[in-house]
Design a protein around this ligand. Structure first.
Ligand SMILES: NC(=O)c1ccc[n+]([C@@H]2O[C@H](COP(=O)([O-])OP(=O)(O)OC[C@H]3O[C@@H](n4cnc5c(N)ncnc54)[C@H](O)[C@@H]3O)[C@@H](O)[C@H]2O)c1
Length: 260
């Protein structure tokens, strides 16, 4: 018996085998969860399909398109899931995007378009997707929603710029959604993860330096792994975290507690 047997989980944000969303999906699958995936476009669909092909019962795993910037695609994703599953227990929101030119340079140079784009994909999308997930989770008697954040939401981290503001909004969204959805027994939390080498992270120059710094300074003197963040995701998805909502949980080997 797995901790997640019979639990239906939608994973948004797998781009390749390094994605944090894939680490969470693997942890959920290990505990018996039933998974569905979304992909942003046809180019990344092939990557997701190859990974899904390695899962047990892969032919029954829903793979659905959803670009959160495309009008109607969020609604269509959840309508399709409603038709196939009727209910949902867990929703993993692991997506973010900003223009490369807005990740570096002077913070004050950001344009409204760049700011709005980062907010739309990386923060507002949690509100829109959660709104659609809510009725499916109510049909299940409750659920767990989680998203991925980063320390730059609260501390100045060089080059993070527009994404830092998006993560600050994201963590605030988590609290407001948790307050609204709590009476429906739906929990909403964020994982603030340490730096991991992924496709999205490659847009922030100097990731390797961050990782060396983590190894030297973090209380646990090492970097986090995709598996470790995946296990935190499993904890938030599972009944073990049933009394936790509206939180940002740090999966960063203690780095965030440091002053100097
Ligand atoms: N890698 C890190 O160091 C790190 C640390 C803390 C938090 N995070 C956060 O974790 C989350 C996942 O990122 P990752 O590092 O696994 O990288 P990733 O590139 O594997 O995942 C990012 C995902 O966002 C999706 N995405 C981008 N634009 C989209 C859109 N318009 N509609 C739908 N999906 C879209 C991409 O398809 C991709 O699957 C992000 O929110 C990121 O900010 C990453």
């Amino acid at each position: 018996m797995g901790m997640m047997d019979g639990r239906k989980c939608l994973i948004m944000g797998v781009a390749n085998q390094r994605s944090i969303a894939w680490g969470i999906a693997q942890a959920l699958q290990r505990e018996g969860a039933t998974l569905a995936f979304s992909y942003v476009n046809d180019r990344l669909k092939d990557n997701v399909a190859k990974l899904v092909a390695g899962l047990p019962n892969s032919d029954t795993v829903p793979m659905l398109p959803c670009d959160v910037q495309a009008p109607g695609e969020v609604g269509a994703l959840f309508a399709e899931l409603q038709a196939r599953w009727g209910s949902l227990d867990v929703f993993v929101h692991s997506i973010a995007f900003a223009r490369p030119e807005d990740l570096g340079g002077n913070f004050s140079d950001v344009s409204w378009d760049g700011y709005a784009l980062a907010q739309h994909v990386s923060a507002y999308s949690l509100i829109e997707t959660s709104r659609h997930a809510k009725p499916l989770m109510e049909a299940a008697g409750g659920g767990s929603i989680m998203t991925l954040s980063y320390l730059a939401a609260e501390r100045v981290v060089e080059k993070y710029n527009v994404m830092a503001v998006a993560k600050a909004a994201l963590e605030c969204n988590v609290r407001y959604l948790a307050a609204e959805f709590g009476p429906s027994n739906i929990r909403v939390n964020a994982i603030s993860a340490g730096p991991l080498r992924t496709l999205a992270a490659s847009a922030v120059k100097g990731l390797r330096e961050f990782q060396h710094y983590m190894e030297e300074k973090a209380p646990l003197r090492r970097n986090v792994t995709q598996e470790e963040v995946g296990d935190v995701g499993l904890f938030l998805a599972s009944p073990l975290s049933r009394c936790i909502t509206g939180e940002t949980i740090y999966a960063d080997n203690g780095y965030h507690i440091l002053g100097m």
